[in-house]
Design a protein around this ligand. Structure first.
Ligand SMILES: [Zn+2]
Length: 414
């Protein structure tokens, strides 16, 4: 394989030591940097880096050289929460929302998750793959270099398997690490509206064994929320998934204080996601722990619901990650640059905190922080080169615009 040398880097940022896999509390404000730097990538990995006055004399053969022209080099964004496999966008609901209808009212009128489920059931695996691939290509162009994707618009054995097979195909077809979460517990299908126990047993007795047998999921997810899955039902589902070695990454406390955070912590969830409606008890359950609070500010932005209390979480020594939640209903955007900006503007995170939350902690929320999310020797060379910027803060400050000039994946310019 060829090698890549990036020279004239104004600031090389995100140089956490390789053994640092997760950041909490005050550590989140630290984003180690090197000025006037170079970085060498070999065989897809970061080989070495240093300052321009100490460029290595011995360089590998077949070397491609790129100048960063004074720009910043950062690790690629790690987006640990998305629903990019879906059959159709939902602009009609967008217009209903403008006209004043609430998320719950739209769901009651046949919109919401069940709308996406109906369309997904009719779509072929090929159609779903092609549209998800287009979305993923756009995300990669915007700097995403690792991604988690959920099922959850299938809501039947056949359709959930179809979604997970599409995610497997994305894993095989794209040059970035991708993790799959099984989210049949996203909503109760109409046929089970009055038979919750029936749907839970369909998930536990029929879906989980087959998904485990085919190795189609890395994580178990559930939408623990009023009107969706109760704490008891979530508990039952997470216990069943644990028997197949699937750890939870769950949706909790989006619309109300649901108790989902505590049930996630009880089951050693890798992350509990959303947390817009978090009380002191939920923060106390996460304090000083390993379960990551993954906040999704573009969802709050789009729905007009409260933003999560990132400051209280950071103060309580909770590791915080940020992700897009890209989905057709509540966040039709996969742009991590905008998430970094919202982290600063709406969650009052410092630029360094927001960037760490979108890189190393995002990677940790997919158990990928040993291989990506920071710049360290031996890690995967998934990097972003920005335009020259007056400071790191310019990146989130210039919201709605991307400062990214060049994308490097596995040591190759894209
Ligand atoms: Zn979600």
């Amino acid at each position: 394989m060829s090698s890549l040398l990036i020279t004239h880097i104004g600031t090389l940022a995100g140089l956490h030591p390789k053994e640092t896999l997760l950041l909490k509390g005050k550590e989140m404000a630290s984003l180690p940097q090197l000025q006037n730097a170079w970085i060498l990538c070999k065989d897809g990995l970061i080989e070495d880096f240093g300052t321009m006055d100490q460029l290595p004399e011995q360089l590998p053969n077949e070397l491609e050289s790129v100048s960063a022209k004074g720009g910043f080099v950062l690790p690629s964004w790690c987006d640990s929460h998305s629903h990019i496999v879906f059959a159709a966008p939902r602009e009609e609901e967008f217009v209903m929302k403008i006209a004043g209808k609430s998320y719950e009212e739209i769901a009651a009128a046949g919109g919401g998750i069940l709308n996406s489920a109906g369309k997904l059931q009719k779509a072929t695996e090929e159609e779903l793959f092609e549209t998800a691939a287009l979305r993923l290509n756009d995300m990669i162009k915007q700097g995403t270099g690792a991604l988690e994707v959920k099922s959850g618009y299938g809501l039947s054995l056949e359709s959930e398997l179809k979604m997970l097979r599409v995610i497997r195909r994305l894993k095989e077809s794209f040059p970035i690490p991708i993790k799959a979460s099984f989210l049949a517990a996203h909503a109760f299908p109409l046929a089970y509206k009055n038979d919750h126990a029936g749907y839970i047993s369909l998930i536990i007795d029929e879906m989980l064994p087959q998904i485990a047998a085919e190795g189609l999921a890395d994580y178990m997810d559930a939408f623990c929320e009023q009107g969706f899955f109760s704490v008891e039902e979530t508990d039952q589902l997470l216990s069943a998934a644990a028997k197949y070695g699937l750890r939870p990454k769950i949706h909790a406390n989006q619309l109300s204080v649901s108790g989902g955070v505590q049930i996630g912590v009880k089951h050693q969830a890798v992350s509990v996601d959303h947390l817009e409606a978090t009380d002191e008890a939920a923060i106390a359950a996460l304090a000083d722990g390993q379960t990551i609070a993954t906040l999704l500010p573009s969802c709050s932005f789009y729905l007009g619901i409260p933003f999560a209390n990132a400051r209280a979480l950071i103060q309580s020594n909770v590791p915080v990650a940020l992700a897009t939640d890209y989905n057709p209903g509540s966040t039709p955007s996969g742009n991590m640059n905008f998430v970094v900006s919202l982290g600063c503007i709406k969650l009052k995170m410092l630029p360094e905190e927001a960037i760490n939350a979108c890189t190393l902690n995002g990677a940790a929320a997919m158990q990928l922080s040993e291989q990506t999310g920071s710049i360290a020797k031996g890690k995967r060379a998934n990097l972003l080169i920005t335009r020259p910027m007056s400071s790191l803060a310019y990146l989130p400050y210039s919201f709605g615009q991307s400062q990214i000039e060049t994308i490097i994946l596995n040591g190759k310019v894209q």
